[in-house]
Design a protein around this ligand. Structure first.
Ligand code: PLP
Length: 360
């Protein structure tokens, strides 16, 4: 079966930037080749720019966004450590689960799916947590959680933030907001295929990492000894060199465009999409002021009928992939991405026109 080109408008992956496809087609380098190591150093420098941080320990973890989440958690909390986790969707719940598996004392602070977290509730949840954790952009509901107040009020705690769906698409200010550890993923607003998890760790957090991470593969000290500029470059694992080259190219495309331009391109695409959906009877799940432009969760009107059939026709007849609802919204909402290279008004116009034709 020949598989046709897709317009990827699900919750991820997005379409990669053309520069990324070119990088993937280049000859492969070995993981200890000096040319590769300088490309890796440059990739880490670009990540610092995109995360808006000067953190020395900033690098891509080999694995998807969940590997970034797990790398952060296994290095930050061990048995008995208190971690406050905001849970208002599937990914906050995943963070809490991972911390629980590390033996940490997890204090979960819930908000209903589709509503933002109350930052003060997280700050008040425990008098002396080691870590406060939240998801910036909840991909399961399209809600943006406020991070700035958590950094301002964290006191002695470390602030851990999931930036999987936010980095590159909306403002992320690691140093400006007082974030100690942040991770992302390549396949969303960075416009690179899935497979790497950019991660950054403040010096303050490095000093307070657990003695010995229970995961060998995700031990940040061991990874840093290979991946960081100026480190001994000790072999740890065979780095996915083609993917790192793809990330380097994707970050290059993003920085050539300019972070602010990328944010406004995402804002524009999301606004057009949300207005178009509302005009067709969809209800945007997230409240005004907390809507993500890059990921819209919208309740499907009853007039649509079998929503799965409509999504399938968009895919089969127009090559457009959109996402199903998850958790409490399964079968009742769609999740439509407008991220990375996909975040352009022409793709929004195509989707809305295709939707009109399928529904006619
Ligand atoms: N965190 C958020 C907010 C996500 O949206 C996702 C994936 O969609 C993840 C974590 C996990 O990333 P991955 O599926 O790349 O492992």
């Amino acid at each position: 079966m020949a598989i046709g080109e897709r317009v990827l408008m699900g919750p991820g992956p997005s379409n990669p930037y053309p520069e990324v496809a070119a990088a993937l087609a280049r000859p492969l380098l070995g993981h200890l080749d000096p040319d590769f190591l300088s490309l890796l150093d440059d990739t880490c420098a670009r990540l610092r720019t995109v995360f808006r941080t000067t953190n020395e320990l900033t690098l891509p973890i080999s694995g998807t966004g969940s590997a970034g989440m797990e790398a952060a958690i296994v290095n930050l909390v061990g048995p008995g450590d208190v971690i406050v986790v905001g849970v208002n969707g599937a990914f906050g719940a995943r963070m809490a689960d991972m911390a629980d598996r590390c033996g940490a004392e997890v204090v979960a602070v819930h908000a209903p799916w589709g509503r933002p977290l109350d930052p003060q509730a997280l700050l008040d949840a425990h008098p002396q947590p080691k870590v406060i954790a939240a998801v910036h952009a909840e991909t399961s509901t399209g809600v943006r959680n406020d991070i700035d107040p958590l950094g301002a009020g964290k006191g002695d705690a470390l602030l851990l933030v999931d930036c999987v769906t936010s980095l590159g698409g909306i403002p992320v200010e690691v140093d400006g907001w007082g974030v100690d550890v942040a991770y992302s993923a390549t396949q969303k607003c960075l416009g690179v295929p899935p497979g790497l998890a950019p991660l950054t760790v403040s010096d303050r957090a490095r000093e307070r990492m657990v003695e010995r991470s229970p995961s060998w593969y995700l031990d940040l000290r061991l990874i840093g000894d290979y991946a960081m500029a100026g480190s001994p470059r000790r072999y740890h694992h065979t780095a996915p060199t083609a993917m790192i080259s793809a990330l380097h190219a994707g970050l290059g495309a993003l920085l050539d465009e300019g972070l602010e331009s990328s944010w406004s391109r995402h804002a524009d695409g999301g606004a057009r999409l949300q207005a178009g959906l509302a005009a067709r009877g969809f209800e945007i799940v997230a409240p005004d002021g907390h809507r993500l432009p890059q990921l819209t969760a919208a309740r499907v009107p009853a007039s649509i009928g079998d929503e799965a059939k409509v999504r399938r026709r968009l895919l089969d007849d127009f090559g457009i992939e959109i996402g199903a609802g998850v958790g409490e919204m399964a079968g009742r909402a769609w999740r439509i991405g407008c991220m990375g290279h996909t975040a352009r008004s022409r793709n929004v116009a195509l989707l809305l026109a295709a939707l009109d034709e399928v529904l006619a």
